[in-house]
Ligand binder design. Structure first.
Ligand code: NAD
Length: 345
């Protein structure tokens, strides 16, 4: 019988790619998203059914969780829907109530209905933002081992909600036998994701800035640029997720990310090199930033890197693609978007 999958938040970046992969594998795919359509994918590439719906509404979730005709429950449910964005959205404090309320409502509804409607497996996408701030103050030596999560002290309300929802899905596993997999994503990037408008993340923002900046110009980087991060290309993320979902040895939480840590200025320079232009990095911080944007410079923790020991040990597999390869594909795609949607006057 054809396997069935439900991708919640499939109108977004990671969900679109997961839908695409599942379609290639022959799954029947139902996507649900609050957006009427995916911003970049043709729907026939990522799903069989695209339902526009607000997952904060329990009645909507009850309805969309109904098995596909002839099935007795979805084989795989990917819960990716969340109210989220990059540093400019998560760390200013302006969106805290919405981020917590909207995502928690979605997760409460999804865990409840999945356990009632015979879903065989649920994947929940948590985030590295749930790790304690005090372990990420040293840019050269951050600790993001899974076991370091408690005592909890995330630096954003987004991270606190993720921590709550991880626990929620694990509680549904203990009390209702819901088969769950929980992963903590560390900065996933690639084509077919948000690259403008305020919700874009650092790699996409760098690519857009490098694409828009003329030869000889300046590329603005938020903060000192010495804060460190690692970034995982979307194809490797999808593979890591599917391998994790389809094994029955452990349910997580586990990191899914890259261990290639770079400073934000190094990421900027890599993007500039890919653009082939002569562009200078301009770090803006403190008052200068405040004056320009009206809020303090949002940079997040000073250091963060994925720790992949647990994933490797349990799965006997690891991501391996250098950051530069993924950034090349991403820059090419965003450069094309910039030229298509913002033609030179
Ligand atoms: P995204 O914003 O592109 O996708 C999320 C989708 O959820 C969007 O399409 C949005 O419209 C949808 N959504 C929001 N509210 C909804 C609602 N009420 N009802 C229905 N749909 C709703 O984000 P993404 O980058 O694809 O991330 C997917 C998941 O992975 C999220 O849970 C995110 O927190 C998590 N995550 C992502 C990253 C990353 O680097 N991209 C890192 C850590 C965690």
């Amino acid at each position: 019988m054809q396997k069935t999958a439900l991708v919640l938040g499939g109108g977004g970046f990671i969900g679109g790619h997961i839908g695409n992969k599942l379609k290639d594998e022959g799954f029947y795919v139902r996507i649900v998203d609050i957006k009427p359509k995916h911003d970049f994918w043709d729907h026939n590439k990522i799903c069989d059914e695209y339902i526009e719906g607000d997952l904060r509404n329990p009645r909507v979730v009850e309805k969309i969780m109904h098995p596909i005709e002839g099935n007795n429950g979805f084989d795989e449910v990917y819960q990716l829907a969340a109210d989220m964005g990059g540093a400019g959205y998560i760390f200013t404090g302006e969106n805290d109530a919405n981020v917590m309320h909207n995502s928690a409502m979605i997760n409460l509804n999804v865990a409840f209905e999945a356990s009632r409607q015979g879903v065989k497996k649920v994947f929940y996408s948590s985030s590295a933002c749930m790790y304690p701030e005090h372990n990420q103050l040293d840019p050269n030596n951050p600790n993001c081992e899974e076991s370091s999560a408690y005592p909890a002290n995330p630096d954003s309300e987004y991270g606190w909600e993720k921590l709550f929802s991880e626990r929620l899905f694990l509680a549904f596993n203990r009390n209702y036998d819901l088969d769950v997999r929980v992963a903590r994503f560390h900065n996933i990037f690639g084509p077919m994701g948000t690259w403008t408008g305020g919700k874009e993340k650092a790699p996409a923002a760098m690519c857009r800035k490098a694409a828009e900046t003329p030869d000889g110009g300046e590329l603005e980087v938020w903060g000192t640029g010495q804060q460190t991060r690692s970034f995982l290309y979307i194809d490797e993320c999808v593979e890591a997720v599917l391998r994790f979902v389809r094994q029955d040895k452990f349910m997580g939480p586990v990191n899914i990310g890259s261990e290639e840590m770079v400073t934000i200025n190094e990421l900027a320079q890599m993007t500039i090199d890919l653009s082939g232009k002569n562009i200078t990095i301009k770090n803006i911080d403190g008052e200068e930033f405040y004056g320009k944007y009206g809020f303090p410079c949002p940079v997040g923790v000073m250091g963060r890197n994925s720790d992949n020991k647990l994933y490797q040990e349990k799965m006997n597999w690891s991501v391996s693609q250098p950051l530069k390869v993924g950034m090349k594909f991403t820059f090419q795609w965003i450069d094309k978007q910039v030229k298509t949607f913002q033609p030179q006057q």
